[in-house]
Design a protein around this ligand. Structure first.
Ligand code: CP
Length: 309
């Protein structure tokens, strides 16, 4: 068995073999999810805590559903109704969770590195559900699963990640994951939103969206993360849309098959035209969400110790 990890903290350093094991396992669980009773006893007796310090719709529901489909006992923690409101630290929260003998912790936090920190205080497995601007590994895995369903082989597939790369944990995890399995990845956005470290990633960078679309098989469109921006990186959202927004007119001008992905939440009419987001000729956005449950079932299973490591 190639998957010997105790935690999933990011995709940096995760091998192609490991990624393929996760995606193959997720495919099997997708078949489970299509059964009349979409539930298996795999994690019966295991307890998973979902520790969400930041807002989430897709990731949180998806993890909870994955845990329930695997018959785990799940507990949801959110900052708004916990003792974090009274000043309790992440370390103390972690030590209390450990004292209650929890098997796995899923954590989303605004601080990059919070999941790594947790591994020092918790004996069970830690899964990163998004840490600051660092990584969001399960999002990238569900993106790769969705692309594998469409293209079968991702070797040399051309994926352009468009938009606010600087603040995007989704971009980082996809850059690590996609390049590891042989896809060609490029970035496109206003230069202040392309991180300086992009130079060391050795990726193609486009500053013109029409050139990026002409090169791409897949556009992975990102939200402008205004909540993380500490300065004005471009004059206005209208200007951003004019220069980098994905519009039907732009796609029709290039006139070729292209796949549009978005991790959500979408700012309709800013980074992506609303009708394109809903057009199944281009958009696989809801397929990504569907695959999220299967990918998270695979991760929970592979980390659970229910298989021989
Ligand atoms: N893709 C994603 O992480 O969405 P949520 O913030 O809704 O979980």
């Amino acid at each position: 068995m190639v998957f010997k990890r105790n935690h999933l903290l990011g995709l940096e350093g995760v091998s192609a073999e490991e990624i393929n094991v996760i995606l193959d396992t997720a495919e099997s669980f997708k078949e489970v999810l299509e059964r009349p009773i979409p539930k298996v006893p795999t994690l019966r007796g295991k307890t998973v805590v979902n520790l969400f310090y930041e807002a989430s719709t897709r990731t949180r529901i998806s993890f909870e559903l994955a845990e329930k489909r695997l018959s785990a006992d799940t507990i949801n923690f959110s900052v708004s109704n916990s003792s974090v409101k009274k000043g309790e630290s992440l370390r103390d929260t972690a030590q209390n969770i450990e004292a209650m003998k929890v098997d796995m912790v899923v954590i989303r936090h605004s601080a990059a590195g919070a999941p790594h920190f947790l591994t020092h205080w918790i004996k069970g497995s830690v899964i990163n559900a998004g840490d600051g601007c660092h990584e969001h590994p399960t999002q990238a895995l569900l993106d790769m699963m969705t692309l594998r369903e469409i293209y079968k082989d991702l070797e040399n597939l051309r994926v352009v990640i468009v938009g606010d790369i600087l603040h995007s944990r989704v971009a980082r995890s996809n850059i690590f994951g996609l390049t590891t399995i042989g896809a060609e990845v490029a970035l496109c956005g206003p230069s202040p939103l392309i991180p300086i470290e992009a130079e060391k990633w050795n990726l193609k960078i486009f500053y013109n969206i029409d050139q990026a679309i002409a090169w791409a098989d897949v556009l992975m469109v990102l939200r402008i993360q205004l909540e993380r921006q500490t300065q004005n990186y471009f004059p206005s959202l209208r200007e951003y849309h004019n220069y980098f927004g994905i519009t039907r007119e732009r796609l029709e001008k290039i006139g070729k098959k292209i796949t549009i992905m978005h991790p959500g939440p979408i700012n309709r009419g800013i980074e992506l035209d609303s009708d394109l987001a809903d057009d199944s000729e281009f958009s696989v956005i809801l397929n990504q969400v569907t695959n999220g449950v299967a990918v998270r079932m695979a991760i929970l299973y592979l980390l659970s110790g229910e298989i021989e490591k």
